[in-house]
Design a protein around this ligand. Structure first.
Ligand code: SAM
Length: 283
């Protein structure tokens, strides 16, 4: 039994399905995850959901500093035990969907200092946490995250792919995503029903259309995917209170076929529609 499993046993920890607790103890896999995250001695790392600290220990060995944010209070003594002697780790109990990530990172790493995020995220918080990390303007340089395989496909999906959705557009706007490792369900304890992907999202320094309004572009994308099978012409009207003629003029100005469906449009196309919308109507 390794140090982390011992700490889990010693503190009488019970896995909580409700908190998405599927831990990784496989030493070789943990090394590959830390390697794929690309953490160097200059990097500060925010780890979300450290669990029993198996990955945290690997990250701490490579990084400058690690801030580990864990929701489950009963894991704090386990983590303190398993990570004893790791002077560059700060443990914080809190909820990654609500915590002041900017303030916590500023306190741990210094105001505005870029950091990496590494997480074996519980599946039920993947989208809200990724949305926060992508859109809140935090100084995040890279996100290395374990997600359900289907979510990995969404993060990489291109226009026209079956998996292409609002999360794909959001991700493409802010980052370049790739699958670093495919991780079968058997690597997790307890074993979940689905396989996972360890995804690396390198944040863009500039969005693909820097002059476009990011918020409005995402509102256009949200409208496009609200009714996937409808045309852009039909989806734009209710979402922005446009007449049919205004919606048509907007799509023409953006160079988009009015009969096109959102699921076929690129981020650049959504940005062009947003720019035309801003001209046609003060929003
Ligand atoms: N990193 C560990 C590993 O790889 O073995 C644990 C991964 S487990 C899939 C997810 C972890 O996230 C659990 O420790 C769980 O308690 C924690 N967690 C769940 N919801 C959370 C939240 N909203 N904020 C922070 N941590 C959370």
């Amino acid at each position: 039994m390794g140090r982390h499993e011992e700490a889990v046993a010693k503190h009488g920890f019970r896995f909580k399905h409700s908190l998405g607790q599927n831990f990784i103890f496989d030493e070789a896999l943990l090394d590959r995850l830390a390697e794929a995250a690309g953490v160097t001695a200059q990097d500060d790392v925010l780890e979300i959901g450290p669990g029993s600290g198996t990955l945290t220990a690997r990250l701490a060995a490579r990084a400058h500093r690690v801030l580990a944010l864990e929701l489950d209070r009963s894991l704090i003594p386990v983590l303190q035990d398993a990570l004893a002697g790791r002077g560059n780790v700060t443990l914080v109990q809190g909820d990654a969907t609500r915590a002041d990530l900017c303030g916590l990172a500023a306190q741990a790493f210094g105001e505005g200092r870029p950091f990496l995020v590494v997480a074996n995220l519980p599946y039920y918080v993947t989208t809200p946490v990724l949305t926060r990390l992508l859109t809140e303007g935090l100084p995040v340089a890279r996100i290395a995250v374990m997600v359900q395989r289907e979510v990995g496909e969404k993060l990489m999906a291109q226009p026209g792919d079956a998996a292409y959705c609002l999360l794909s557009v959001l991700c493409a706007w802010h980052a370049k995503a790739r699958e670093a490792l495919a991780v079968p369900a058997a690597y997790f304890i307890p074993q979940p029903k689905v396989d996972s992907s360890f995804m690396v999202l390198d944040m863009r320094e500039r969005p693909p259309v820097p002059e476009a309004d990011a918020g409005l572009t995402m509102r256009v994308a949200r409208a496009a995917f609200a009714m996937r099978r409808k045309t852009m012409l039909n989806n734009l009207q209710p979402a922005f209170g446009l007449t049919r003629e205004q919606a048509q003029a907007c799509l023409e100005a953006a160079g988009i076929e009015p009969a096109a469906r959102g699921e076929t449009l690129s981020v650049q196309a959504f940005a062009a529609i947003a720019q035309a919308l801003a001209q046609i109507k003060k929003i």
